[in-house]
Design a protein around this ligand. Structure first.
Ligand SMILES: NC(=O)c1ccc[n+]([C@@H]2O[C@H](COP(=O)([O-])OP(=O)(O)OC[C@H]3O[C@@H](n4cnc5c(N)ncnc54)[C@H](O)[C@@H]3O)[C@@H](O)[C@H]2O)c1
Length: 422
């Protein structure tokens, strides 16, 4: 079977590394035949890697959407705030679309995009990659197997490494909620999606959270706006940018954080980007307002109560999960790839070790692309979610932000109608 031909819209980090990377590793599955990217160097980098001729290289999605379809479908890996305009244009131009999460930064836009895809009869696949990650598939297998009995209580933690938090949510793309949307959407729409996948519909939620660490008065010494301008606390600050990024680069030159900085993947290139770009800014002197920790308490159907914690001060990246049921307890540690199972009847325990898949998100990126390609070829059996289901968990994220801001608990039933009516 020939590969599915795709147009890439947005050749940044995700476009180049996750989706482009998949096509290069699996030329039998997918081939990018067009690229849309306003940044000349990024566009050229992607076009060179995928041998895309000049007449199929475009500066903006309007250029692609205004001509007859190129390829079978489009992958939209633009930043969140342009998802609405770009996706509506691609759908109208006849493309099935794999759209990066979050669907869009506001509830109204999310609803509009999903309804537009349904009205046009187009496939819209949202990149909820963790449904394809072997680790979370294994967690779910244990829950649906019934081995834990009836689920009683769940602790779900999204632990973001301190440097990743500073990179994305203080200095980077998702630091400012007016531009990017609330934290539960930008970081935890995956977690909310997994919770719905595991436990079904959510009935109510409440939330607390705030920004306490990355604020101007968190330190009481005078510091420059940039780490590279002679900071007096560089030796004791964990967020001193040259140390953070050069360490990442030396450990893994393909780190997403390094790629976000600059296309010049050398130590000189990184230092230049830190002296001039957003990632060299002092974490106490940015324009961030995203919370740095948040808890959400959720009531699911059948009385399953869940506490979801997001925090950005972790030593290591990765979710930790505890699920207690009438028949047993499950303890999962994503960074170690371990799932411990304790049986209440026998008192016995066993540990499952789950191998990470190839590529980003523990293999989730690969699984998602494979399912999308299969769906374009007519086989939708591997698709583990729909845009409509993704909308459900996205609306929970907005409801959680409403709950955090108001201090009140929010009923999920009727929330979509409230959004549609607003
Ligand atoms: N699935 C996941 O777990 C996951 C992880 C990280 C990021 N994301 C999402 O992926 C998306 C991309 O994130 P990223 O980190 O790659 O961002 P990025 O900024 O590196 O890439 C976005 C690219 O879109 C380009 N762009 C801007 N305007 C455009 C236009 N008019 N036409 C075409 N391209 C345009 C930008 O120049 C940039 O290169 C975001 O929605 C983000 O939230 C998802």
């Amino acid at each position: 079977m020939p590969p599915v031909e795709l147009a890439l819209v947005g050749a940044g980090n995700r476009g180049f590394l996750a989706y482009g990377g998949h096509a290069l590793r699996h030329p039998d599955e997918a081939k990018f035949v067009a690229v849309v990217e306003p940044d000349d160097r990024r566009r050229a980098r992607f076009a060179a890697a995928h041998a895309i001729p000049p007449e199929r290289q475009f500066r903006s999605w309007e250029d692609l959407a205004s001509r007859p379809r190129l390829g079978h479908a489009a992958v939209n890996a633009t930043m969140d705030r342009v998802h609405r305009a770009s996706t509506l244009a691609l759908l109208a131009a006849g493309y099935d679309v794999l759209l990066e999460k979050p669907i869009a930064p506001t509830a109204e836009e999310c609803l509009e995009i999903v309804e537009a895809a349904e009205a046009a009869g187009r496939l819209l696949q949202i990149a909820h990659v963790l449904r394809y990650a072997p680790f979370f598939v294994a967690v779910r297998d244990q829950v649906v197997s019934g081995r834990l009995g009836r689920i009683v209580s769940v602790d779900w933690r999204e632990n973001l490494a301190y440097w990743h938090f500073a990179h994305s949510y203080v200095r980077g793309n998702w630091a400012n909620t007016a531009r990017a949307g609330p934290m539960m959407l930008t970081k935890c729409c995956h977690d909310l999606d997994l919770l719905v996948w595991l436990f079904g519909p959510c009935e109510r939620l409440a939330s607390y959270g705030s920004l306490t660490r990355f604020v101007r008065d968190a330190i009481d010494v005078a510091v420059p706006d940039r780490c590279t301008d002679g900071c007096p606390i560089e030796g004791t600050c964990p967020y001193y940018a040259p140390r953070v990024y050069l360490t990442r680069f030396r450990e893994n030159p393909n780190s997403f954080a390094v790629h976000a900085l600059t296309l010049d993947q050398s130590e000189d290139g990184i230092m230049h980007a830190l002296r001039t770009g957003p990632y060299g800014r002092c974490v106490y002197r940015c324009d961030n307002d995203a919370v740095d920790h948040q808890v959400v308490l959720l009531r699911f159907a059948r009385g399953v109560d869940v506490s979801l914690t997001m925090q950005g001060a972790s030593h290591v990246e990765g979710r930790t999960v505890r699920i207690d049921g009438t028949g047993g307890t499950l303890l999962a540690n994503e960074s170690r790839g371990e799932i411990e199972l304790h049986d209440h009847l026998t008192g016995r325990a066993e540990t499952l070790r789950v191998q990470r898949g190839v590529g980003g998100h523990g293999g989730g990126d690969e699984g998602l692309m494979r399912a999308f390609v299969a769906a374009i070829r007519g086989d939708r059996t591997e698709m583990r979610t729909s845009a409509r289901e993704a909308l459900t968990s996205h609306l929970m994220a907005f409801a959680a932000e409403d709950a955090r801001e108001s201090g009140a608990s929010v009923a999920i039933e009727g929330y979509r109608e409230k959004v549609a009516a607003s």
